[in-house]
Design a protein around this ligand. Structure first.
Ligand code: SF4
Ligand code: SF4
Ligand code: SF4
Length: 1003
């Protein structure tokens, strides 16, 4: 096939078309409007609705599935084509009651409504009869109305092939087909993970967000009897007037809604995937979240949190004004009073005890501009590098590993590269729970394109159970098997010698470092079979383009930096950098953990990774800020706790970070917080950390401010203000600016745009970043040159070292800090669940999430449960050398005997009471994943913390998509011919025994 445009004849006009595109796309491009319902820009053609029929060279075809051919003669206005489209639309109308004016979906984008108008539907030919199934409203977030379902199958396609949870199907064999969850379960008892894909793509009101119901329209809140009566009246009118005037009325009503519903683009505040979407609001009511195909990281995808996790913004618990502690109690204070106290007390400490006696912790949930201001206050106002963010708890080892080997501490490419890869290697990442949309896209590539998936983890989590190869090493031994795989590749000469010779230094030292790592040694020390390791080596070396992904299962170990380095070395060895579909991808956890580092909230780096010890790197900042900057790294998040205990740090300012819960060895951390002379917490809720504060400042969540986030792809995206700050809370950037002014630094920022302009002036990797270039859904992946060119894929020409070459960085194995012994006999792993982000401070305030998972628990293996007499819901005590907590057990075969898993989202006892203060010696990231505990059964049984309605209890029904061939095989289906006499004999999926005369005839 040639790529040159070809010419087609559309209704007598010659038109250029792209080879390979389908006719519907060509028609859309030249603004020839024909109806279509099942086709979706992101799903493609499903061929279920038949409404886009046109005549091509004298035959009727579906425009959505017909590829363009040079010279084809297309007649969209041919009578038979128009009549065939009208027939198809009549069949849809038999499955969908057109009561648009009182429908919550009548928002201008109802595709059934719009297609009915385009198909010139005049009167209803086949009467609508409800399907004999009840509305299913069991899911906390959305409901399905079978009687409004037109059986287009978009939802099935999205669930099967985009989300790939494989819950949905259509029962084409039923007399009245409908959509099924797990083959016929109530939604809330199925495997549905509430990602919302199906609701997002449904072209009508069959699947709707509950938050829209009764709220979207001017007449949609009317009580049911009134609503049914109005529908009856409208339908009666239709018999006499036809649909046209009714469509005019509903279009007018939709236009009125447009005046009262705001649609604002934002970026998700949860994980590092960085999904963006429109938020529909009326006042403070969040009506729905609507992702759009042009969203660069996610397209139409979301997970449960991004789609449905926003009720917290209106929570009664929100901080709505500053609080100041008097003696032992907090009282509300004015902003003037609170900021005066903060300025006075911090200045006083700094003057009495020295510049480094105060410290700042920024938030990975706040914007880049806010992180920039936190570090600027630390450095410029207080003259200290004591500033950090929660990347210390998770991402620092990966950043260091990539800085050592390829130069930039960020993902090598984008989601697109991960999709393009032939092989995806995931190590120590519960991707399906922690980066759900990315996991969905990987599942899709595996299912539809045959991408191979290798997963290494101590737990058999969802992605592990789907993997082509599952590597299950002993805890803390990943470096051994990774290096053994590298040596095996070398021994067979499978390395990419040309790439190494041209682009990588230190090969010989790397080869020597691999000598101890034989397959036999790895088998003995990791417990992984030789076959498995050899297969992994072969797939990585010979399977095509490889992306290596990893997360906290790797970075929260004592040897984390070296293990992350081993992965990057392996990718260099096999030539997997600098080409589409390759590279190293440490998956950033929080939505803006990448940005908070990029914008300088680090104890050793200024914005753009200018090292504080480098005079040349500091110079542009000293010029811009007009000060001499401290040249010695400060305390980081972990060392600052020791410094408080030692009396070196007396004042602490924490923005949006729950260190009183999420830090490792949290009792030690809380003890430090009690010792502070003065402690400020800036947050949206009164957190556990705030309990230790002297002043609490009421910040705002992402919906209530403007700014930018950087996702795991290094992608900078703008968020726009969805609603006003609640009460007297204030955007964090404004609080920080006003505080600096009280401390003698009256910075003239009128908004985040001004802050970004300043960053672009002094940080080279952001030189070309402007708010204009980030308008709407546009985005930039750093580094961004001053001419605005960005870098979605790094290292295509040079690595980020002076000679442009990457470096192998030899690493050796270090044993874990703590392993089970006779007394503390079990290994404890910790992490997230899908429904709650991290510790759950936001998501526990979303009732539906809380309904799905109300509290944390500990997974115990079936063998351990049998040995200890445990069942789901049994209360147990877990004790480590640091502390002791109570929780409930859930029996799960995802963990091995001798290993436990506990999520962070407890409402009470927290897992970090048990974890230690040990840390990776290179970057100080705590060894959260190296905790030995003992477990005691307490003899009480509670309800299972994972209720029957949790998706883990579901039974998916995988299939290739909507499987329209089963519809076509029905005896009552016939392709619309445009001949009423023929079509009337085939009226698939309309009401059985419905007469074939029109309602007009009836009248
Ligand atoms: S998992 Fe549930 S919400 Fe997501 S697409 Fe499938 S049915 Fe819809
Ligand atoms: S519920 Fe599914 S099949 Fe029914 S109209 Fe909506 S997207 Fe189409
Ligand atoms: S939590 Fe992550 S995957 Fe889910 S919608 Fe938000 S950014 Fe996307």
């Amino acid at each position: 096939m040639t790529d040159r445009p070809l010419t087609v004849d559309v209704d007598g006009a010659l038109t250029a078309a792209a080879p390979g595109e389908v006719l519907l796309r060509t028609l859309e491009r030249i603004a020839v409007s024909i109806p279509h319902v099942c086709h979706h820009e992101s799903l493609g053609a499903l061929a279920t609705c038949d409404t886009c029929i046109v005549e091509v060279d004298g035959a009727l075809v579906r425009a959505c599935t017909t590829p363009v051919r040079a010279g084809m003669r297309v007649r969209t206005k041919a009578d038979t084509a128009r009549q065939a489209r009208e027939e198809a639309m009549q069949r849809i109308a038999a499955n969908h009651e057109l009561y648009c004016t009182v429908c919550d979906y009548n928002n201008g984008d109802c595709e059934v409504h719009n297609a009915a108008k385009l198909a010139e539907l005049e009167h209803q030919r086949y009467p609508f009869t409800p399907k004999p199934y009840a509305i299913d409203a069991s899911n906390p977030f959305y409901r399905y109305d079978p009687s409004q379902c037109i059986l287009c199958g978009r939802c099935v396609e999205a669930c099967q092939n985009v989300q790939v949870t494989e819950t949905l199907s259509i029962d084409w064999s039923a007399e009245r087909p409908r959509v099924l969850w797990d083959g016929g379960r109530p939604i809330n008892e199925s495997s549905c993970v509430s990602c919302g894909h199906c609701v997002t793509v449904c072209p009508c009101n069959a699947l709707m967000e509950k938050s829209m119901l009764g709220k979207a329209g001017h007449f949609t809140a009317v009580p049911e009897p009134v609503r049914s009566a109005s529908i009856r009246i409208v339908k009666h009118l239709e018999v006499y007037t036809g649909f046209a005037p009714l469509f005019v009325a509903s279009d007018a009503e939709a236009a009125m809604r447009e005046q009262t519903i705001e649609k604002t683009k934002t970026v998700c505040t949860y994980c590092g995937v960085g999904c963006s979407f429109d938020v529909w609001t009326r006042g403070r009511d969040v009506l729905k979240v609507q992702p759009r195909p042009e969203a660069p990281a996610n397209g139409i995808s979301t997970c449960i949190k991004g789609k449905f996790g926003w009720a917290f913004v209106n929570s009664d618990d929100r901080l709505t004004s500053p609080l100041v502690r008097d003696a032992h109690a907090f009282r509300k204070a004015s902003w003037d009073e609170a900021l005066d106290v903060v300025a006075r007390r911090l200045r006083d400490i700094s003057e009495r005890h020295g510049k480094d006696s105060v410290a700042f912790i920024s938030s990975s949930k706040t914007t880049n501009e806010e992180c920039y201001l936190v570090q600027k206050i630390a450095r410029v106002v207080f003259g200290t590098n004591n500033v950090d963010n929660c990347a210390r708890y998770c991402q620092s080892p990966a950043t260091m590993a990539l800085s050592r080997t390829v130069g930039y501490g960020g993902d090598a490419g984008t989601m697109r590269d991960i999709e393009l890869a032939d092989v995806v290697l995931i190590v120590g990442s519960h991707t399906a729970t922690s980066h759900p949309v990315l996991a969905a896209h990987i599942r899709g590539q595996q299912k539809l394109r045959g991408q191979r998936l290798i997963v290494a983890d101590i737990m058999a989590h969802e992605m592990a159970t789907r993997a082509d190869v599952f590597v299950r090493p002993h805890p803390g031994t990943d470096l051994i098997w990774i290096n053994a795989v590298a040596r095996y590749i070398l021994d067979r000469g499978w390395e990419d010698r040309a790439f190494i010779e041209q682009r990588v230094n230190e090969f010989d030292a790397y080869v020597r470092s691999l000598e101890p790592f034989t397959i036999d040694d790895a088998v003995a020390r990791t417990g992984v079979s030789a076959d498995t390791l050899q297969r992994v080596a072969e797939i990585i070396a010979r399977g095509g383009r490889v992306c290596g992904l990893w997360a906290m299962g790797l970075t929260q170990h004592h040897n984390a930096t070296d293990t992350c380095t081993a992965i990057s070395n392996l990718l260099l060895l096999t030539g997997n950098y600098g080409k589409p579909g390759t590279g190293g991808y440490p998956l950033r956890g929080h939505n803006n953990v990448q940005g908070s580092c990029d914008f300088g909230a680090l104890h050793n780096y200024l914005p753009g990774y200018a090292h504080v010890e480098n005079d040349h790197a500091r110079a542009p900042f000293e010029r811009e800020w007009g000060v001499r900057l401290p040249a010695k790294p400060g305390f980081n998040n972990r060392t600052v706790i020791d410094a408080i205990h030692e009396g070196k740090v007396k004042g602490l300012y924490v923005v949006g970070e729950e260190l009183g819960l999420v830090d490792s060895n949290v009792l030690y951390v809380q003890e430090a917080l009690r010792k502070l002379e003065f402690f400020v917490v800036q947050d949206v809720f009164f957190s556990t950390t705030a309990e230790f504060a002297d002043v609490v400042l009421a910040g705002t969540p992402s919906f209530e401010k403007e700014g930018t986030f950087v996702n795991t792809e290094r992608r900078i995206q703008r968020l726009y203000q969805v609603m006003s700050p609640l009460g007297d809370s204030r955007p964090d950037w404004r609080i920080l600016r006003d505080l600096a002014a009280r401390l003698g630094h009256p910075w003239a920022y009128e908004g985040p745009r001004d802050i970004m302009a300043e960053v672009a002036r002094c940080a080279a990797i952001f030189a070309g970043v402007t708010y204009e270039a980030l308008e709407g859904y546009r985005s930039l992946c750093w580094p961004v040159r001053s001419d605005g060119t960005d870098s979605p894929l790094l290292y295509t020409e040079r690595f980020n070292f002076p000679d442009g070459k990457a470096k192998f960085h030899p690493v050796a194995y270090t044993a874990p800090f703590e392993v089970p012994d006779a007394e503390y006999d079990l290994h404890l792993n910790s992490g997230r669940v899908l429904e709650h982000f991290h510790e759950g401070n936001l998501t526990h305030r979303v009732p539906g999430m809380h309904e799905k998972v109300a509290d944390a628990f500990v997974f115990v293996s079936p063998a351990l449960a049998r040995a200890r007499g445990l069942a789901d819901g049994d209360w147990v005590r877990l004790t480590s050398r640091r502390g002791s907590i109570k929780t409930r057990a859930v029996v799960s075969d995802s963990v091995r005997d001798g290993e436990l898993y506990m999520p962070l989202c407890s409402s009470n006892d927290r897992v970090n009471v048990l974890t230690s203060s040990d840390a990776d010696p290179v970057v100080d990231t705590p060894s959260y994943k190296e905790t030995a505990v003992k477990l005691e059964r307490l003899g009480e049984r509670g309800a299972s913390p994972l209720p029957r309605t949790h998706p883990r209890n579901g039974h998916p029904t995988p299939q290739r998509g909507v499987e329209v061939q089963h519809k076509w095989a029905r005896p009552d289906y016939g392709f619309p011919t445009g001949d009423p006499a023929v079509d009337a004999t085939k009226t698939a999926t309309r009401a059985p025994n419905a007469p074939n005369h029109s309602r007009h005839d009836e009248a």
